[in-house]
Write a protein that binds this ligand. Structure first.
Ligand code: UD1
Ligand code: UDP
Length: 358
């Protein structure tokens, strides 16, 4: 049995890391195919180094481009590679263009596809990620649903129950495996002049937020008001898409503290010590919930409704006053919610299930 792990962006590297580690532990025959969607050191290589992952056997180096162009280049490169390497199954994770290209190329070649983190839905088809999720789920053979709710969504779309496996989310595995280690990065706070429980942590990079001047400006205004009202630094490691759009729109940070994206151990440390996290990231919503740090989501919807249901997250949208109100509300809440994303053994289940099927 030979498995191809196809990935291309920061969150896929982080969330696939426990699966790759499990494949290594079991001495499985596998290789990594990197599309090259993310290529900057701080979005890519740093995670391979820090999480001690094997280097990708193939890197397609597709780089950035429009959705169609980038996805098309990936499809061509992935098909060629799969024909050459002849894996029995392909594993993809999440909702990016890279995973849609990987799943589609494999499915057309009759290679079985396993989708890790299947069954998430924002029900917002204007998001590129929603299109990627829906299409990938519907061409996958093994759907690894993180929660019972995700399984029900898939069943509701007519996907047979025998294809769906509830595994938990591999982000719990990744947090458990790295939180201890991240404590060795405790000095990251000192070096940034931040005090435990004395700052807000922000990430913001979604196309729908940062590619619209009005929406991006309104969210930044909300963040500036939060910094002023609570008299605490708002620390924002900026994704390159957001950096580019801030420059293009001429948007200034005001009292928000901007930084380059940081490595995973440093980011876990920053998350776990934050007073509250504001984000539009999927993975960061989950991590905040797991780490019991209150979260305010800077979007109109979420495909992680479990975080809201347990009381760990509020969906604030993009209006400045709603962002401030959501922060006030979340700061009042007890941090006593349960983690809905599993026991940290998702990767084990994914690999065992796949082995049992091939
Ligand atoms: C992609 C995913 C998004 C995911 C995010 C994780 C899609 C449709 N979007 O968004 O779901 O949340 O990754 O971070 O797949 N850039 C760099 N260096 C890089 C990569 C990108 O500078 O290594 C810049 C380029 O200017 C590029 C822009 O970021 O044009 C956007 O990159 P792209 O990969 O298209 O989308 P992301 O916003 O990263
Ligand atoms: N992350 C990181 N450094 C940063 C910001 C985020 O290591 O400066 C990690 C974070 O811990 C999470 C992942 O990146 O595991 C989330 O990726 P991203 O927000 O890019 O994508 P999304 O989850 O929205 O798809």
């Amino acid at each position: 049995m030979k498995i191809a792990v196809i990935l291309g962006t920061r969150p896929e590297i982080i969330k696939m890391a426990p699966v790759i580690k499990e494949l290594e532990r079991k001495k499985a025959d596998f290789f990594i195919l990197h599309t090259g969607q993310h290529y900057s050191y701080e979005l890519d290589e740093v995670f391979f180094e820090q999480l001690t992952l094997p280097r990708p056997e193939y890197n397609l180096d597709v780089g950035s481009g429009s959705h169609g162009e980038a996805t098309g280049k990936m499809l061509i490169g992935i098909e060629k590679t799969l024909k050459e390497a002849k894996p029995d199954a392909v594993l993809v994770e999440g909702d990016t263009n890279s995973i849609l290209a990987g799943a589609l190329a494999a499915a057309k070649l009759g290679i079985r596809v396993g989708h890790v983190e299947a069954g998430l839905r924002s029900y917002d088809r204007t998001m590129p990620e929603e299109i990627n999720r829906v299409l990938t789920d519907h061409i996958s053979d093994y759907l690894f649903a993180p929660t019972p709710q995700a399984r029900e969504i898939l069943r509701g779309e007519g996907i047979p129950g025998e294809k769906i496996f509830i595994t938990g989310n591999t982000i719990v595995d990744a947090v458990n495996q790295n939180l201890e280690l991240s404590r060795s990065k405790a000095d990251i706070l000192d070096s940034l002049g931040l005090k435990p429980d004395g700052y807000f942590l922000v990430t913001l990079h979604r196309q729908e937020n940062v590619d619209s001047r009005a929406r991006f400006a309104s969210i930044l205004e909300g963040l500036k008001r939060v910094a002023a009202e609570f008299n605490m630094p708002v620390f924002y490691p900026v994704h390159p898409r957001s950096k580019k759009m801030m420059a293009e729109f001429g948007l200034g940070p005001g009292n928000i503290v901007l930084a380059e994206p940081v490595d995973f151990l440093a980011f876990l440390q920053l998350e776990s010590r934050a007073r509250l996290i504001l984000t539009d990231s999927g993975g960061v919503q989950e991590e905040a919930c797991i780490l019991k740090v209150p979260c305010v989501t800077l979007r109109d919807n979420t495909e992680r409704p479990e975080t809201v249901a347990v009381g760990a997250n509020i969906i604030a949208g993009s209006k400045a006053e709603n962002i401030v109100r959501a922060v006030r509300e979340m700061l009042k809440r007890e941090r006593d919610w349960d983690n809905p994303f599993g026991d940290g053994r998702a990767a084990e289940r994914v690999v065992a299930t796949l082995e049992g099927k091939l």
